[in-house]
Write a protein that binds this ligand. Structure first.
Ligand code: MG
Length: 161
């Protein structure tokens, strides 16, 4: 028998000039980048919140407050490693992850496999267990106007009962 936990995460960051665009730890060439206290990797943030959600451990704001200078400019994959080191995750394995990035620009499909590999490496699973999808909103809303990027993530954890 296996015990399973599902988690969901959602995040949004604003697009501005003079910032890098980093998604799932991959730097994407773009005119605008995401604004935030860390590297503002909105996709990895949604994934971290999904992981925390599996075991009802709160949200990343509680672990990495934007008032803490330690996390200023932080690589979000390092924050993800921190989350995975929480004692509560001992014995749990990632079954799969399904992540959707909502962005009008740029086209993300050329970077999808690199993003999957980066996350898989940190999560300690094969990339076949990591899904990264991208969608536009057909020009509608903040994402459609290019004001920001959103990300939505679902993860499943399992452990032997
Ligand atoms: Mg965030």
């Amino acid at each position: 028998m296996m015990d399973y936990r599902i988690g969901h995460g959602f995040d949004v960051h604003r697009l501005v000039a003079d910032r890098k665009l980093i998604l799932c730890g991959v730097e994407i060439p773009a005119e605008l980048g995401l604004l935030g206290h860390s590297d503002a990797d909105v996709a990895t943030h949604a994934l971290m919140d999904a992981l925390l959600g599996t075991l009802a451990l709160g949200d990343i704001g509680g672990y990495f407050p934007d008032t803490d200078p330690r996390w200023s400019g932080a690589d979000s994959l390092v924050l993800l490693e921190e989350v995975l080191r929480l004692p509560a995750f001992t014995g749990w394995r990632l079954v799969n992850c399904d992540l959707t990035i909502v962005a009008q620009h740029p086209r993300l499909s050329p970077f999808r496999d690199r993003m999957r590999q980066r996350l898989a490496d940190v999560l300690g699973v094969v990339p076949e267990r990591i899904s990264v999808k991208a969608t536009t909103t057909e020009g509608l809303g903040f994402a459609g106007r290019g004001e920001g990027i959103a990300a939505d993530c679902t993860v499943l954890l399992g452990r032997a009962d």
